[in-house]
Design a protein. Structure first.
Length: 198
């Protein structure tokens, strides 16, 4: 009887060990470790030492987590250099512009979705490509220049007030600026009505 009991005890003991191994395999297979991301600034060799210490600390205290340490440099190449070329003023588009008369204080606000020089050329009668005289399109600016006998006809009398890629928002911005500053040459009060309620 003792022999049967001892062998039974050995079998139960080995069964328990087998079950422990099986359960540990099941737990490791079915429950993935949660990934924890930590972003730190890169400070040279000190950071690599810190990474090693953090990995060992997390492995001891939180074994169910897998820590991923990401180092980020605070100094980037883009902070030292400008990679995109700036667009020249005369080639900018989708903007609200201001015309200032060179012989009086008259101003005009307008908007264009084309290049500034193309629209300014239409006002003052100069080709944006060649700089030669062309026929003016009728506008408040061209009428004003005829009144002053074309004393000024320069692209430098046009300045950019703001730019906006959305045409509707561009119209709103033009209307707000016209309403705020009331330029003398603007016959229209606004591109679109600025009313909250009818």
């Amino acid at each position: 009887m003792l022999r049967i009991g001892a062998s039974l005890w050995i079998r139960i003991d080995s069964l328990i060990d087998s079950l422990k191994r099986l359960f540990s395999l099941i737990i490791h297979i079915t429950v993935p470790k949660k990934e924890v991301y930590l972003i730190l600034p890169y400070l040279g060799a000190v950071t690599l030492d810190l990474k090693r210490k953090l990995h060992s600390t997390f492995a001891k205290s939180l074994p169910q987590c897998n820590i991923k340490i990401i180092f980020k440099s605070t100094n980037r190449l883009s902070s030292c250099f400008q990679f995109k070329d700036t667009i020249p003023r005369e080639l900018r588009s989708h903007l609200v512009y201001k015309f200032s008369c060179g012989s009086c204080n008259a101003t005009y606000y307008g908007k264009t979705e084309r290049h500034l020089n193309v629209r300014a050329g239409e006002h003052i009668g100069l080709s944006a490509l060649t700089g030669n005289r062309v026929a003016c399109k009728p506008s408040a600016v061209s009428d004003h220049l005829l009144f002053h006998e074309n004393k000024i006809s320069d692209f430098n009398n046009f300045t950019i007030l703001c730019s906006e890629s959305n045409p509707f928002t561009l119209s709103i911005r033009e209307s707000i600026l016209i309403h705020r500053d009331a330029p003398i040459l603007n016959k229209n009060i606004a591109s679109i009505p600025l009313e909250l309620f009818h």
